[in-house]
Each structure stands twice: as structure tokens, then as C-alpha cells.
Design a protein around this ligand. Sequence first.
Ligand code: AMP
Length: 210
Amino acid sequence: MNLILLGAPGAGKGTQGELLKKRLGIPTISTGNMLREAIRNGTQIGMKAKQYMDNGMLVPDDVVLDIVRERVSREDCRNGFILDGFPRTIAQGESLEQMGIHIDHVISIEIDDHVIEDRMTGRRVCGKCGASYHIVANPPKTDGICDECGGELHIRADDALETVHRRLVIYHQETEALKGFYEDLGKLRLVEGDVPIEEAHRSILKVIGA
Ligand code: AMP
């Protein structure tokens, strides 16, 4: 099953992606995590992406498309994958179609901007594996340490309030239109995001018939 998780930054795509990965046994592909890894490793892609990401802007389509094309062609995606944070523009959605990659469901996690702004201040991410936590709603078992891999948890540079504002504006300007794009293809499934994590997970399983 090939899935796309759509939704504003902070809607819970990363968290729901991890739950779906465990439940369905297919990998999550987070373009944000891959770009952050590229920055940590000082690769060419990382160097190109850094200035955009630090400012909460979108990385150019060609950079992101190259990463996704390579990643979905790997062996572990044979039985399916979960895209988190891609596509983010209509052009990226069209490119995905042109690659001939079949998508079964596009799950849009719906949540108001003001809820997101509150949420983002409590977000912590693992510097090693990218797993996402929230200090109140989804705390790690040990303070500051990732449950999954033991890595250290950090505040993301682009979670500063001003940058979150910019990312939300860009979401509404560039990404939200993908809902109409996938609705026309009969693939859009809406779920409420301002609910406990387990409840959103159950709603997602229901809309994808899993
Ligand atoms: P995320 O972890 O999904 O919130 O992504 C963090 C940042 O990575 C975004 O604000 C963008 O700068 C960049 N990014 C991630 N995915 C994409 C994408 N599909 N297209 C363009 N930029 C992206």
C-alpha cells in the first residue's frame, strides 16, 4: 500500500507515519528527515537545502524530487511506503504521477493553525533517527532521550514561532491545493488531527480500510 500523509507542519504526520509503519510493516519516507540528515552529513544536497529550511521555505522541487525518486526505488519499498512531507506543491504531485508511482490513499490530517502554534513549542525530535515527541502529549520514556534509538532529543531550528508562522503561510499557499488535486483523483481521505494520537491513528486505519 502506497500512502501520502498530507497536512500542515505540526499536524502529526511524523507521529502518525511512525505508527502506520509499525502497523503496516512498510517504511516511512520523510523528505524533511532526509534533508536534515543531508545537512548533518554536509552533502551537496544538504548544503543546497539548508538556507531554505532554516528560514521555513520550501526546498526547490528538483532537489526534493531526486531524493524521493532514489528512495522509493529501494528494495524496502517493494510492498509499499508512507510519504511524509512529500509532495508539498502541485508540481511535486504531478511529478509523482509522471514517475508512474501508484498512490492508494492521501490522508490529510486536519488541524487549525492556532493549535499547531501551541503544539510546535513542545515538539522535540531525535537528532539521530528523526523520531518526533511532544513534551506533554507524547513524551519520551526518559527525558531528552529517544525511545527508538537512544539518540538525543532537540528543538528543531525551524520550530521557532516566527518560522512556524512562515511555514503555515507556505502550507496554505503552496501545499493545501494538493487536497483538491487528490480529491479529483478520488484519493483524498480527511481525518481530524486535534485529537489524541491513538484516536487519529484509529481514524487513519479506518479511512484506508486497514
Ligand atoms: P518537515 O520535516 O516535513 O516539516 O520539513 C522541514 C523542511 O524541509 C520544510 O520546511 C522544507 O524546507 C523542507 N522540505 C521537506 N519536504 C519538502 C518538500 N517536499 N518540498 C520542499 N521542501 C521540503
